[in-house]
Design a protein around this ligand. Structure first.
Ligand SMILES: Cc1cc2nc3c(=O)[nH]c(=O)nc-3n(C[C@H](O)[C@H](O)[C@H](O)COP(=O)(O)OP(=O)(O)OC[C@H]3O[C@@H](n4cnc5c(N)ncnc54)[C@H](O)[C@@H]3O)c2cc1C
Ligand SMILES: *[C@@H]1O[C@H](CO)[C@@H](O)[C@H](O)[C@H]1NC(C)=O
Length: 394
């Protein structure tokens, strides 16, 4: 008899691996197909918020990852016109008002490797790029780039922003924002000396954020409204552009030194894209035995630092819904339940991320005025509110 896989997950990113692990915790086997020959870790690190820690705890790997990363204790916003401190605070003090806050900057490689290590040996198949999806009765036929075909009873798309599964479901292509972003990572031979503090500069047409990841490493990102030729610029030019924009807004020297110390090889700007909340609410994010998770489902602008965190929420909730569905033999209902729980939550987060990005980065003088005078507090409130979500157990 021919071999048919029960559950196939496309993509071994945060969403795909976390879902495979959630299912494994429930005793359900899955196969993960990854186009890359190994774990793919572009982007260095992610800001990992309270909602993500709840998901990682539910998956049983929270403490292992906590131990290796610094807890962010404070935040600070610097004025883009003078470099002076616009606002700062202790997260502990905000916790008193809104409940637990936990933020760390987790290295992607460590996160993905930890997820992968917990999976049974034969779960991930690397160098397996899905190039075509077809139907054969109730089964999905996945054609791989090497010519082989895998048959699946359930298909999950964790294949990121250019998802082939999303395309198969008829989801619209993500929209462009006119903004570009670069991420960087600076590693030090000994302690870098920065406090466990998240620093933000919201300038005219750009946004910068930075936080220590470990005692010896710092993660940062820089997003800006681009002109056409920014994309073609070489990585050294991008580094220079960032240093120039930060120097013009009087950023302290020690921050500029962090950029100059960072690895330059991955400093290629990528265009920021998002899926409109409208298409998340009304689009077909699931159809019978298929669904999408993570960036394949809800690509968003990085203004809340939540894309990966929300992907972890997806994974825990999908594992719960799908494992129950498998037990009862009601796959379609299980996936619909997942979609029902996730649609509004994700649409809301995508929308808030977009608005926060728009306000914080706007070059408009009136917006800049508001931003400097009064919006900083409201913006910070939005960040904590979004992170205050509990996805429950797997
Ligand atoms: C500038 C920037 C800053 C960010 N900062 C944060 C942050 O601070 N906190 C946070 O939580 N998130 C952040 N994000 C968002 C985060 O990076 C994403 O939301 C997250 O990586 C999504 O994970 P994923 O598993 O859904 O997709 P991906 O990480 O894109 O993984 C998809 C995987 O699928 C594989 N794949 C794709 N197509 C196929 C195919 N056809 N066949 C087989 N395999 C395939 C890919 O190789 C890849 O390994 C940021 C994003 C940007 C751009
Ligand atoms: C969702 O799928 C149904 C049935 O396949 C289709 O009729 C409908 O147009 C789709 N909706 C969207 C928004 O694509």
């Amino acid at each position: 008899m021919e071999h048919v896989e029960e559950i196939v997950i496309v993509g071994a990113g945060i969403a795909g691996l976390a879902t495979a692990l959630g299912l494994h915790r429930k005793g359900v086997k899955s196969l993960v197909l990854e186009s890359f020959p190994s774990i793919r870790t572009s982007g260095y690190a992610i800001g990992t918020w309270t909602n993500a820690w709840r998901a990682l705890d539910a998956l049983g790997i929270g403490n292992k990852i906590r131990e290796q990363h610094i807890l962010v204790e404070r935040f600070k916003a610097l004025s883009p016109s003078s470099g002076a401190i616009l606002g700062e605070g202790k997260l502990e003090e905000i916790e008193g008002k809104i409940g637990k806050i936990e933020i760390r900057c987790v290295r992607r490689k460590f996160l993905l490797e930890t997820l992968a290590q917990e999976l049974p040996q034969d779960t991930i198949r690397y160098s397996s790029k899905v190039v075509l999806i077809e139907e054969e009765g109730d089964l999905k036929l996945l054609h791989l780039a090497d010519g082989s075909v895998i048959k699946a009873k359930v298909l999950i798309g964790g294949d990121g922003i250019n998802s082939i599964v999303g395309k198969y479901l008829g989801l619209k292509k993500p929209s462009l924002t006119g903004r570009l972003a670069v991420r960087g990572f600076a590693e030090y031979p000994t302690n870098h000396g920065f406090k466990p503090e998240f620093i933000q500069i919201n300038g005219q047409g750009f946004r910068f954020g930075m936080s220590p990841s470990t005692e010896k490493s710092i993660y940062w990102y820089f997003a800006w409204y681009s002109s056409e030729n920014d994309i073609d610029e070489s990585t050294t030019k991008t580094g220079e552009l960032i240093v120039r924009k930060l120097s013009n807004s009087k950023a302290p020297n020690e921050i500029i030194e962090v950029i100059q110390k960072s690895e330059m090889d991955q400093m290629l700007p990528s265009p920021l894209k998002f899926r409109t909340p409208f298409s998340l609410i009304f689009g077909n994010i699931t159809k019978r035995n298929i669904c999408v998770i993570g960036d394949a489902f809800h690509p968003m602008t990085p203004d809340l630092g939540q894309g990966g965190c929300i992907a972890l929420e997806d994974s825990v909730i999908l594992s719960r819904c799908l494992s129950e569905a498998v037990r009862q033999g009601k796959i379609e209902e299980g996936l619909e339940k997942f979609a029902k729980i996730r649609r509004w939550r994700c649409a809301k987060v995508v929308l808030i991320a977009y608005i926060v990005g728009f306000i914080q980065q706007s070059g408009n003088w009136f917006m800049s005025f508001l931003r400097e005078k009064m919006l900083a507090g409201i913006m910070a409130g939005a960040l904590f509110m979004v992170a205050n979500y509990d996805c429950g157990e797997v």
